[in-house]
Design a protein around this ligand. Structure first.
Ligand code: 13P
Ligand code: SF4
Length: 334
């Protein structure tokens, strides 16, 4: 018998409901039943494990997921991604239950910008507009003027007057790339993603020599020397679309390896090679994204826990810059 009260207190320690799942259960079927019963929608990022991608109602990048969260009519959102993404869904849906299967699914990039330290940085540049990448905490969002994602960052920066001074946080790699393609001189916060900083220049160069016809495609969270080699740079959705539209048969992919599942599904006749990390670990798999499992997804739907809860004043403050992002994205049809 499951003692749910004990389990709830355990969530604080473990981040998830640690309830054993009968291995004989057909979880795909059970999750479908729960979806209907609870009028729930499963939103998944491309970096989720394959089973989760296969059962999700919508798979997308950070922008697509925020847009889906904004328009869903479901009563409950099961967010299979990381904490800042589920928080964004909650900010947009205060009346709905937003469930994250494992609350410890964080983000190294988001962690690299503690709101208290960022406040001091922002105070040094009082006349600057703050454009913040969505990979940040709700507290950081509340300190921002506009949120952006890797899909719409260029459009958002281009929408500001050319002489407007800007702070960009928290990703220094994306910020440097944006400075380059927009001709701005934004002040950059010194944060980064542990997954996108792991790629080995030497190994990618060797791979390119071995696969001379392969296109090298990269996410803009990668470091400058990696991006310098890329035939195409874009968000996860951008990379997926490029791999479908380009006539090449081989692609070396520099982002989290989960995206390859959708690439391969869309183009079974093409070859996708994950860009190698600089040691023999599996570090091109995001350890936070991969904390969500099919079992945790099932349990979290069944017990409707762990739930994203937030302070209402903070939510309202964080919603403003997200609404601005969604408005600009609608205007540019992104
Ligand atoms: P996008 O979803 O915008 O491609 O960003 C990738 C990422 O690192 C999400 O954590
Ligand atoms: Fe954060 Fe990087 Fe993982 Fe994305 S891949 S969730 S940016 S740590």
């Amino acid at each position: 018998m499951v003692d749910i009260n004990t389990q709830i207190s355990e969530i604080n320690k473990k981040g998830f409901l640690d309830i054993e799942v009968n291995p004989a259960l057909d979880l795909f079927k059970e999750i479908e039943i729960l979806k209907k019963e609870k009028n729930a929608i499963i939103l998944a990022h491309y970096y989720q494990e394959e089973d989760i991608q296969d059962i999700a109602d919508y798979i997308g990048d950070s922008l697509g997921l925020a847009q889906q969260a904004e328009k869903t009519k479901a009563d409950m959102i099961i967010f299979t991604g990381v904490h800042f993404m589920a928080e964004t869904a909650k900010i947009l849906n205060p009346q709905k239950k937003v469930i994250l299967p494992d609350l410890k699914a964080g983000c190294s990039l988001s962690d690299s910008a503690p709101a208290e330290l960022f406040k001091q940085f922002k105070n040094k540049y009082k006349d600057h507009t703050v454009v913040t990448y969505i990979n940040c905490s709700t507290e950081m969002k509340a300190l921002s003027d506009i949120i952006c994602t890797s899909s719409n960052a260029k459009a958002i920066i281009d929408s500001l007057p050319v002489d407007e001074p800007i702070i960009f946080a928290p990703d220094k790699n994306l910020g440097a790339y944006l400075n380059k393609i927009t001709g701005r001189n934004m002040k950059l916060w010194n944060g980064s993603c542990m997954v996108h900083e792991i790629f080995s220049l030497e190994k990618i160069t060797k791979l390119k020599i071995r696969h001379p016809k392969a296109k090298f495609i990269a996410h803009p969270e990668c470091e400058e020397h990696i991006l310098a080699l890329a035939d195409y740079i874009g968000s996860t959705t951008g990379l997926l679309k490029f791999s479908q539209q380009d006539t090449s048969k081989e692609f070396i992919v520099a982002t989290e390896a989960g995206i390859i599942h959708q690439m391969q599904k869309a183009c079974p006749d093409k070859t996708f090679i994950p860009a190698p990390p600089n040691n023999s670990c599996a570090c091109n798999n995001c350890p936070y994204m991969k904390l969500n499992t099919l079992e945790k997804l099932y349990i979290s739907m069944k017990y409707e826990l762990p739930e994203i809860i937030m302070d209402e004043d903070l939510r309202i403050a964080a919603k403003k810059p997200i609404d601005r992002m969604l408005e600009i994205s609608r205007y540019y049809n992104l």
